[in-house]
Structures are given as C-alpha cells and as structure tokens.
Ligand binder design. Structure first.
Ligand code: UDP
Ligand code: MG
Length: 313
C-alpha cells in the first residue's frame, strides 16, 4: 500500500475549499477502502499567502477532517513556488505526492491510474489532458499556443501537461537538487528523468471562483519557462547577427559593382557598406556576449550534473 499525500496550492480559494475537500475526502475513503492507499494518507493544502479566509478554512478543516493538513506560506509567491514549497515540506513524510489545483479542474479519478503506474515502477506520472472541451476557445488556443511556442524556443515540456502529476519520494529528492530560483516546474520535472508514464484525463471547469491565471500571468509563465530553460533566444540574436553580416557582404559586392559602373554619388558606397557591416558585427557581438552570459546563467543554477537511477555492484 502507498502512503499518498496530495499537494494542493491555494490562493484566495475560499469559494472552492469546502467542495474540494468533500470530493477529495470521498475519493480518499474509496482509495483506502480499495486498499490502494494507507489510512494515514493526507491532503495537504498549501496557502500561498491568500488575502481571503483561505487559511482560516484550512485550519478549520484540519480540526474536523482526518485527512486534511495545511501549510501556510509567509506571503504570496505564485503557484510554482507555493507548489515546490509544499512538495519539499512533505516529501519525506510519504511515498509519493500528487499535485493538483484547488479548483479540481483536473480529474481526481485519474488518481487510481496514477497510483497503479507508481506501483508498477513509474517515479513520475504526468497527467495529460486528452481534450479541452470545457475550456473556452480562447483559453484553449492560448494554452496550446503556449506549448507550441515553448517547444519552438527550446523549453522541453510534456505536451498538454500542467502541474497535475504524481512524483515519488525519490523523484522529489532529485528535484530538490535543482536549486534554481526562477522556477518552472513543468520544464524541470522532465529533467529529473527516471521511469515515467502518462495518464490521460479530461479537464473540467473550475468549481467556483475565478481563474488565478489570466493571460498576463500565463505569458509571464511562458517567458519564465523559456528564459529559465533555454538559451535559444540568445542564439537567435547570434543568428540574426550572422544574417545581417552576410547581407553586408552582398551589399559590399553590390555597391562595388555600382561604383564600377559609375552609378553612384560619391560617398554612397562606403556609407552603405559600413552601415550594414557595423550593424551586423554589433548584433553578432551581442549574441556572442549573450552566449557567455547564458552559460554563466546556467552555471549559477547549480543544477545536478547527473542523477543515478540504478547501480549494479
Ligand atoms: N495559485 C497559487 N498562487 C497564485 C496563483 C494561483 O497557489 O499566486 C493556485 C490556485 O489556488 C490554484 C492553482 O494555483 O490551485 C491554479 O490556479 P487556477 O486554477 O486559477 O489556474 P487555471 O486553472 O485557470 O490555469
Ligand atoms: Mg484552474
């Protein structure tokens, strides 16, 4: 049997907490009854510095519901940080953690399949949305664009996977080795490696309240994802520099021909060529400097250079 903890980040979620708890409690009762999880498994709410009654509700639930535990963050630091904080706080108390949003848009009935995969040796099980029938067309398009742009810019993420996933204690311990401050868990978890699998589910609508991820925050998250995982934007500048510099050589030949034909006013040739050449060289130079800054950036993250999965000896 598995000792399962749930990590549920909550930011101003007073409207959904009771509903959520009721549903999760039923699910836990069922899982325990079926012998899939131990009866000291917990549901851990992580209050991300909410400004409403979220923490009071969590404290109340802690007293009345045998499954509920709570963690309160000192202030609002955003979903990713709250989630990581929660995961790192509870990882040593259990066998595995499933992270799920407080609004239960992700299907709690996927727990069964996740646990099964875990028992079959998967250290990480990604919840992946099979379709987005209930999201608005706008949310669906922006969200799918988000994954496309991310992968085009070199940030590898699991397609259509948000932060609904199971991680074993072992995978969490490996994740703990990633010390970076600019946090993009969806990009980091695949870097951990280990045996992983995917469970598909349908995403439903928010129980109540509003999305805490408006377009602005989503763009912010995408930008964080790209800039913290990939050096492609810098490489693009270097490439641009090379292209402009190549154009300058074409311009050189062109203006030389023009000069030979006598089709120019005096001073034009040298002006044109130098504008292109200097422009190209400058962009190229910025790209090269950027390349080093990118390397320094990656070094300062102090990521583990390897994670051993097994050793036979
Ligand atoms: N959340 C958080 N801190 C924040 C913003 C959001 O902990 O600063 C939590 C929120 O309570 C929810 C989860 O992150 O549990 C996802 O937010 P939401 O459901 O609003 O995002 P969406 O599903 O619309 O992308
Ligand atoms: Mg949601």
């Amino acid at each position: 049997m598995v000792k399962l903890y749930l990590a549920v980040p909550c930011y101003n979620e007073e409207e959904v907490l009771f509903d959520t708890t009721e549903k999760l409690t039923k699910k836990y009762d069922q899982l325990i009854l079926e012998g899939k999880i131990t009866d000291d498994s917990k549901i851990v709410y992580i209050d991300d510095g909410s400004k409403d009654r979220t923490w009071e509700i969590i404290s109340g639930l802690y007293k009345t519901n045998k499954y509920v535990n709570g963690i309160k963050m000192s202030r609002n630091r955003g979903h990713q940080n709250a989630l990581l904080g929660g995961l790192m706080t509870i990882k040593d108390d259990c066998d595995c953690v499933i992270s799920i949003d407080a609004d239960l848009q992700d299907d709690i009935n996927a727990f069964d399949k996740m646990l099964e995969d875990f028992e079959n040796g998967s250290e990480i099980v990604y919840g992946v949305r099979s379709k987005r029938a209930t999201d608005t067309a706008f949310k669906r398009m922006t969200a799918q664009g988000f994954y496309k742009i991310l992968s085009a810019l070199g940030a590898e993420v699991v397609y259509n996977h948000a932060d609904f996933r199971l991680m074993s204690r072992r995978a969490l311990n490996a994740l703990a080795e990633f010390k970076e401050v600019n946090l993009f868990l969806r990009g980091l978890v695949p870097l951990v490696g280990y045996k992983s699998s995917v469970v598909e589910y349908e995403r439903s609508e928010r129980l109540a309240g509003e999305s805490k991820y408006p377009l602005k925050k989503m763009l912010g998250l995408a930008w964080d994802g790209v800039t913290s995982l990939s050096m492609k934007p810098i490489r693009m500048i270097t490439a641009l520099g090379v292209i402009v510099f190549c154009i300058s050589i074409i311009m050189l030949i062109y203006s030389f021909v023009m000069w030979v034909i006598g089709n120019t006013v005096s001073g034009w040739t040298s002006m044109t060529v130098s504008i292109w050449a200097i422009g190209g060289l400058q962009i190229l130079a910025i790209g090269v400097v950027g390349e080093y800054i990118g390397k320094i950036y990656m070094e300062t993250k102090n990521r583990p250079r390897f994670i051993v999965e097994e050793q036979l000896k």
